[in-house]
Ligand binder design. Structure first.
Ligand SMILES: *[C@@H]1O[C@H](CO)[C@@H](O)[C@H](O)[C@H]1NC(C)=O
Ligand SMILES: *[C@@H]1O[C@H](CO)[C@@H](O)[C@H](O)[C@H]1NC(C)=O
Length: 318
């Protein structure tokens, strides 16, 4: 079917509002989530309502806002998976090693995917499930959310444009600086620019691969090896069995985590803070920006495909 033109739905974004300490910050999350098919779009609009301007952009920041509230402290550890690897020399994500207790973003995406269509849950629980999926599919694309070292970089001192901060927060600083410099300073323009890259630009040749999950996923103990992994297969199998007993019954999120984590070795931890703590300028900055753009575009596209399979039965994006 004529996918992109017919299913494209531009998710409205809130004004730029970056808070420190949120990795890519609100901006990053609001840039995620674009290409919804009709039933997914309708579900999103109805479920989020006017409180979130009927769109995934404003709703994506909810999970970050509530995680410090007493009622939601339990959700804090669902935002990441602590990969016990050794960047920059060795990067890896392993389900059993890194998420044996199922308290991590891999298990959370599976959990909320089953909950978002669970007819026994009430409207508030369904909305929460959607907001968690919205947020966690973004978080898993962030290299520092897939890394145990120094609490995902929070404990590593660094400088961004002269301000002392930490490595985790530097990524928000880099994103903000780049959006100000080349995307008109607004999340709307940045999002529109990434969408253009996906539709007709440098990313357009990559999207089939983004949806396939084959490039990075290795067969894992309990996975079927006879079929090709894909977002479609992942979501369909999960919703058919609702089996969340294993660490994660999903192959794609594990592949996404491994992709993000690989950037910890190639890019994120590739610096000498003692020699030059300034990361929002020079080579570090120049190398990081294409990775941030790629990861945001990719996860936004994957989020739409994920919801499209749930509500429209197929990714509707090829
Ligand atoms: C809400 O969404 C509409 C379009 O869907 C947009 O024009 C408007 O600016 C948005 N409002 C806010 C507060 O983001
Ligand atoms: C699944 O979601 C429910 C509701 O938010 C939560 O109480 C539970 O801890 C979650 N389970 C996992 C494994 O994430």
């Amino acid at each position: 079917m004529n996918a992109r033109s017919t299913v494209l739905a531009l998710i409205t974004l809130l004004a730029l509002h970056v808070q420190s300490g949120l990795a890519w910050g609100n901006l990053g999350h609001q840039t995620i989530g674009y290409f919804l098919a009709p039933n997914a779009l309708s579900f999103v609009q109805t479920t989020l309502g006017s409180q979130y301007n009927f769109s995934l952009g404003p709703a994506a920041t909810w999970a970050d806002m509530v995680k410090s509230e007493p009622a939601f402290t339990w959700s804090k550890n669902l935002h990441f998976v602590d990969a016990e690897d050794d960047p920059p020399s060795s990067c890896s994500v392993e389900e059993i090693r890194d998420c044996a207790d199922q308290i991590c973003v891999l298990a959370a995406i599976a959990n909320y995917t089953t909950r978002v269509v669970d007819p026994t849950l009430d409207a508030e629980q369904i909305q929460e499930a959607l907001k968690f999926i919205d947020h966690f599919v973004g978080d898993i694309g962030q290299p520092l959310h897939v890394e145990a070292v120094a609490a995902g970089g929070n404990d590593i001192d660094a400088t961004c444009s002269g301000s002392k901060t930490n490595l985790h927060a530097v990524h928000t600083g880099m994103l903000t600086k780049n959006v100000d410099a080349v995307h008109g300073g607004t999340s709307e323009q940045y999002a529109a620019d990434l969408v253009a890259e996906i539709q007709t630009g440098a990313f357009s040749s990559l999207t089939a691969d983004w949806l396939s999950c084959t490039s990075t996923t290795e067969p894992v103990n309990n996975k079927r090896e006879d079929a090709t992994p894909s977002i479609e297969r992942d979501v369909r199998a999960l919703l058919a069995t609702r089996d969340t007993a294993m660490v994660t019954p999903l192959e794609c999120p594990l592949g996404w985590a491994r992709e993000s984590n690989a950037f910890d070795c190639s890019t994120v931890f590739n610096f000498e803070p003692e020699e030059d703590p300034e990361l929002c300028e020079g080579t570090y900055f120049t190398n990081a920006i294409p990775v941030i753009d790629l990861q945001l575009a990719k996860q936004g596209f994957r989020l739409a495909a994920w919801l499209n399979v749930i509500f429209d039965g197929a990714p509707m994006l090829s």
